[in-house]
Design a protein around this ligand. Structure first.
Ligand SMILES: [Cu+2]
Length: 146
């Protein structure tokens, strides 16, 4: 009973936060499991904002750092580089995907395994300087979850 109340309260707190603050919507988030000898894992999702904004920072409890990457298509998708600010245009969905922009969990603290979930915090900044925090729960899966 006590636990149930605690859970209900947590859900309520989160719901209020989202209603009050969230402008950017993150959907279909998922993370690819890390290879046994790698310390990184890519994160994919769709981002939609009603206003122009930019992703200025990301972090996760599962990794020392979360970087924004862009795939270099002229290398046949074999290399990628870091992007400082990821621009979101008002009303235009930006898809983070394997052959484009994506997030990368780097220096992961322990292997990212299928069936688990990774929590990611995204920080956006609008043109007027206002910041917005978006919490994302991303299931770990070797293929895009249906
Ligand atoms: Cu990458």
């Amino acid at each position: 009973m006590k636990l149930l109340r605690k859970i209900a309260l947590l859900v309520l707190v989160e719901a209020c936060f989202v209603t009050a603050r969230a402008q950017v919507i993150a959907t279909e988030a998922w993370v690819r499991p890390s290879d046994p000898n790698e310390r990184s894992a890519p994160v994919y999702m769709r981002l939609l904002s009603p206003k122009d904004t930019k992703l200025i920072s990301a972090r996760s409890t599962s990794a020392e750092a979360v970087e924004v990457h862009e795939m270099d298509l002229d290398t046949g998708g074999k290399a990628m580089h870091s992007v400082v600010d990821l621009q979101l245009q008002a009303g235009k969905t930006l898809e983070l995907k394997s052959d484009g922009y994506h997030l990368m969990l780097t220096d992961i603290k322990k292997p990212i395994r299928a069936g688990f979930e990774v929590q990611i915090t995204l920080i956006f900044q609008n043109a007027d300087g206002a910041r917005e925090v978006v919490y994302v729960h991303a299931p770990v899966s070797s293929t895009k979850p249906k």
